[in-house]
Design a protein around this ligand. Structure first.
Ligand code: XMP
Length: 486
């Protein structure tokens, strides 16, 4: 047994000392950062792979703003693959393999398909996938009662403008504008439908230059995997579906079975971008990077809903954990960026995590209240809130077990409840509207932070950062105080 006498520090224990700055305006600074050895993001922010934080809507919104969302893994492989596909379809000039309906289907069937796929319109095709029309919710809404079939309700092909696969965004924009259209089906030489271009996608591609996109203009997305049986198959299916990043995420990542899994994944998918974690020590970071991880996720117990430190007595305060991981990697000569996962409550915490050496930050609870997080808001004590739950909480564990056993989540099974030792809690967070607004605040704070640090970019911030340990009086002084908040 031994005891370290140097204190472990977290975000609230320190402040950054301001430095002489050449920065005149916040717009002069560059907030892009490395996500893995070879991937870069326009903003250094990831959404957490938790079932109350990241499914496809959140992942798409974060990627549009220049970050990246990591889909949680507590669903079947088929469901997770569908989630990847939904992000990939959410943006790109052309949606490939758009949803279609046969001309012979009924209006009710078309409506059901639109609801199932969460889209406002479908391309109508014949048995050979040739374009015969377009049907939208508006067509159905306004159709007189005697109209029963899709063929009757649709706009027929000779009234539709379609384009070939090589159309550019400028050409598509001109056609959409000239004909006052919403959608342009893309057909090949044989007249078969191969894609769909919507006016929204054209505008997005043109205006969102900061968005995180792949070579085909589609949004980037990460997906979490575990170490259990069948997880190699999950990884393979996710990569096949277009996932840009695999995140091997287990509670105690510095475990032999996690290191072995990283090695197996590296051997099986040499070109895949692979993140591994979570760890909180120099040795943990080094071992996962040596095994082949392209980035290391750091954080044992700092999360808002985590009780690991209380339940097990283990953990490292997050600022120290980040610094130790960065030290371990650099001393071993390993070039794997660090993702600081958990505990970020403010843009100030984001700046501190990056200044301590993290290249990106993963966020859970700050995003759980957003519109794009899974689940609907509810009213609690007159306030609009959304639910967040730790992935090791009782509710999440029972939910997973129920899903595995095909049971109702609410089924009372005393024996099962007794077996769970939760390391997380369920809670509510205020409803916060769209995540783009939170990101705007976080990135605005980061830009200001760089200017206080006299740094043009995150790497420069890290080189020059000087932290000052503060006392509880310093913490009190740092927030608004001695005033009544309105
Ligand atoms: P924040 O503070 O952003 O943290 O909400 C999100 C991170 O918390 C971790 N996480 C957990 N940790 N028990 C834990 O000890 C849990 O049940 C749990 N669920 C999530 C996770 O790393 C996430 O990204």
């Amino acid at each position: 047994m031994r005891i370290r006498t140097t204190k472990g520090l977290t975000f609230d224990d320190v402040l950054l000392a301001p430095r002489q700055s050449p920065i005149r305006s916040r717009s002069e600074v560059d907030v892009s950062s490395r996500l893995t050895r070879t991937m870069r993001l326009a903003i250094p922010i990831l959404s957490a792979n938790m079932d109350t934080v990241t499914e496809w809507r959140m992942a798409a919104a974060i990627a549009r703003a220049g970050g990246l969302g990591v889909l949680h893994r507590f669903m079947s492989v088929e469901q997770q693959v569908k989630q990847v596909a939904k992000v990939k379809r959410a943006q790109g000039l052309m949606v490939e393999n758009p949803y279609t309906v046969l001309a012979g289907a009924t209006v009710a069937e078309a409506e059901q398909l639109m609801t199932q796929h969460e889209v406002g319109g479908l391309i109508v095709v014949d048995d050979n996938k040739k374009l015969v029309g377009l049907i939208t919710r508006r067509d159905i809404l306004l159709a007189p009662e005697e109209i029963q079939s899709v063929a009757q309700a649709m706009t027929p092909a000779d009234h539709i403008v379609s384009v070939g696969p090589s159309v550019t965004s400028a050409e598509a924009r001109a056609l959409l504008y000239q004909h006052r259209l919403e959608k342009l089906p893309v057909v090949d030489r044989a007249g078969k439908v191969v894609g769909l271009i919507t006016s929204r996608d054209v505008v997005r591609v043109e205006h969102r230059s900061a968005a995180s996109v792949d070579a085909r203009g589609r949004l980037l997305v990460g997906a979490a995997i575990g170490v259990g049986q069948g997880e190699i198959k999950r990884a393979e299916a996710l990569l096949e579906a277009g996932a840009d990043l695999l995140v091997l995420d287990i509670a105690h990542g510095h475990a032999n079975h996690c290191i072995e899994m990283v090695q197996t994944l590296r051997r099986s998918f040499p070109a895949a971008q692979l993140v591994a974690g979570n760890i909180a020590t120099a040795e943990g970071a080094r071992d996962l990077a040596e095994a082949g991880a392209d980035a290391i996720k750091v954080g044992i117990g700092p999360g808002s809903i985590c009780t690991t430190r209380i339940v097990t007595g283990f953990g490292v305060p997050q600022l120290t954990a980040i610094m130790e991981a960065v030290r371990g990697l650099s001393e071993a000569g390993l070039d794997a960026p660090v993702i600081a996962d958990g505990g970020v409550k403010t843009s100030g915490d984001l700046v501190k995590a990056l200044a301590a050496g993290a290249s990106t930050v993963m966020i859970g609870s700050l995003f759980a209240g957003c519109e794009e997080a899974p689940g609907a808001p509810v009213i609690r004590n007159g306030q609009k809130v959304k639910v967040i739950r730790g992935m090791a909480s009782l509710g999440a564990a029972m939910g997973r077990r129920a899903a595995e056993q095909n049971l109702d989540e609410s089924a009372e099974d005393q024996e099962d409840w007794d077996k769970v030792v939760p390391e997380g809690v369920e809670a509510v967070v205020p409803y916060r509207g769209e995540v783009a607004e939170i990101l705007h605040q976080l990135v605005g704070g980061l830009r200001s932070g760089l200017s206080y640090g006299g740094a043009r970019d995150i790497e420069e911030l890290q080189r020059h950062a000087e932290f000052i340990e503060i006392t509880s009086a310093g913490v009190r002084e740092s927030g608004s105080h001695d005033v009544r908040k309105i």
